[in-house]
Design a protein around this ligand. Sequence first.
Ligand SMILES: NC(=O)c1ccc[n+]([C@@H]2O[C@H](COP(=O)([O-])OP(=O)(O)OC[C@H]3O[C@@H](n4cnc5c(N)ncnc54)[C@H](OP(=O)(O)O)[C@@H]3O)[C@@H](O)[C@H]2O)c1
Length: 434
Amino acid sequence: MKEKVTLGLIGFGVVGSGTVELLRRHRRDIEDRVGARVELKWICSHSKKESPLIDRTVRQTRNWKTVVSDPEVDCVIELMGGTEPARTVVLTAIRNGKHVVTANKAILSKNWDEIFGLADERHCLVYFEAAVGGGVPVVQALNEGLAGNEITKIVGILNGTTNFILTRMHESGLSFGEALKEAQKAGFAEANPAFDVKGIDAAQKISILGSLAIGQWIPPEQVYCEGISKLRQTDIRLIQDRLHSTIKLLGIAEKIGNAWAFRVHPTLVARTHPFANVRNEYNAIALHGNAAGEVLLYGKGAGRLPTSSAVISDIIFLCRQIANGTAGQLPYVSRLARKRVRIAEMSQIRSRYYLRVTTLDRPGVLANITSILGQHRVSIASVHQDTFEENRSKKSVPIILQTHMTREADMQASVEEINRMKTIRASSVLLRME
Ligand SMILES: NC(=O)c1ccc[n+]([C@@H]2O[C@H](COP(=O)([O-])OP(=O)(O)OC[C@H]3O[C@@H](n4cnc5c(N)ncnc54)[C@H](OP(=O)(O)O)[C@@H]3O)[C@@H](O)[C@H]2O)c1
């Protein structure tokens, strides 16, 4: 048993300062939970910080090497962000026998096997609750709370920026460009928003969550990814008014037979679905376990104190094990796969679909479209001919079809054929439904 656990914090920005604030504010509770004293010895940042949060017991440095090489430090908290030197910081800390807490999704996504391989070898733990879902404790839920389940599906609104944009497009009728500008003004979107709006951030997050569920690393490159920048008000309105649904950017990891499919794309969810009410920058994640059924988590996916709350939870769980001398002595929960899992092609997934076809308003056109769908084994659930004046022109009319469960390959083949019809006036819009 150790009476004191020593921490070294690298990165005193938004999350770093929030973490120190919570460490101070909840010191007694944290130490009660850990069963030992928890001392913050180092704070490292580019520049020396003046802050009431930094008292005389804490030393400051600009050199991260000082922190990771201090023999007294048991646990390094990496909150500097970016890929380098953050990756080197984490690897050096592990090599020096330190356990690590990080909120850094970027280094986990790029260097998972390297980091966890080394951690395994050195009997060190790397905790990362804040890296996915900010303040939503989804990593703990997967690793601990639902450990008695086989997880068969994870579905999440994992990116606050795109959820904010979609909320504004639905609720205020803004175009994608206008909603993006608002998100940037409100501080929810970066000057270069590509990482969020193309779905890359959500892909990195679902790759981490799915990998935890499977027990095998599935890199984000294996996640099928479609962003939200091509969404148009026409579809938003039709989906809202005709289909009583809303569009969300979902990350989905799902077991299909013996394989798993990973995907991120804009998806229709019914107004009665709990995800439909997840607005603005909030996140929500549904975990399907074979024993627990569906478990739903909802909360703030980013922000100073929500993210710091997740970091503190990691610190408590780690420090408790460090104090007891068990940290790194047991097999790590996320490396339990006994056999390699196959990743399914996108063409193999099954979904219901929303299809908007823009066609000349002529007799027989609808029959041709339904005939093509039938030939590809696509069963139609409903058909709407749009009567909104602004969506009609003398020459063309939008037809909206909803399908029953269909194979992606059959749906794509149908759309390709429909787009080749002479009466078609614009490329058809295809969206999946959850
Ligand atoms: N912000 C959120 O809501 C949120 C949510 C989820 C996850 N995260 C993750 O949390 C991590 C931290 O994010 P943040 O928003 O707190 O970032 P931030 O505000 O930019 O803070 C980064 C801190 O790291 C320091 N730093 C960076 N490079 C350094 C280096 N080479 N040497 C020494 N210090 C260095 C900076 O020092 P200076 O201040 O002196 O430049 C700053 O104190 C990131 O991995 C991020 O992805 C953040």
